[in-house]
Design a binder for this molecule. Structure first.
Ligand code: SF4
Length: 170
């Protein structure tokens, strides 16, 4: 009997949490206007292969949050793909280190054309705090062409979701 009451307490607590969850989801900002040509082609579905080109992993934490049950970016047609051959493009973080410049180019070559490249974080845009480091090749734009940059150090999941929705047109 005591055990049943304990279980009931657990169920009530879970129901309370689930009731509160939609409040967090509603906090996700609305999608900005479609980004023209890419949005027309992608038609509301964007599959991205993530490449960490030399990040401190702060941006990865926020990308993890973006695809977590809280922000749940997949409900907007956004997905992370394991293989570049199944992706629409790349999601790149960090400055590009010397040993990641080649793998980044080769990963992009494996994406079917036309491919989009999205960068996340200030390091990807201009090397950020790693600028001038002996192991840094340059910003992502110095190695491959970039279609969309999401600024911040790191950008939060709401900003990442909004930017990707804008690119996907959804
Ligand atoms: S932008 Fe900030 S969080 Fe992202 S890799 Fe650079 S230092 Fe880390």
């Amino acid at each position: 009997m005591f055990l049943s009451i304990m279980r009931l307490g657990g169920v009530v607590e879970m129901a309370r949490r689930l009731r509160n969850r939609p409040e967090t989801i509603r906090a996700t900002p609305p999608a900005p206007g479609p980004a023209a040509a890419a949005a027309r082609r992608l038609r509301g579905s964007l599959q991205l292969r993530h490449v960490d080109a030399g990040s401190c992993n702060g941006c990865e934490l926020e990308i993890g949050g973006t695809f977590s049950p809280v922000y749940d970016a997949e409900r907007f047609g956004l997905r992370l793909e394991a293989s570049p051959r199944h992706a629409d493009g790349l999601l790149v973080t960090g400055p590009v280190t010397r040993n990641m410049a080649g793998p980044l180019r080769r990963t992009l070559e494996a994406v079917p054309r036309p491919a989009v490249v999205v960068t996340v974080g200030d390091c990807a845009a201009g090397c950020g705090v790693f600028r001038g480091g002996y192991g840094v090749e340059g910003a992502v734009g110095d190695v491959v062409d970039v279609d969309l940059h999401i600024p911040g150090c790191p950008p939060d999941p709401a900003a990442i979701t909004a930017a990707l929705r804008g690119l996907a047109g959804r």
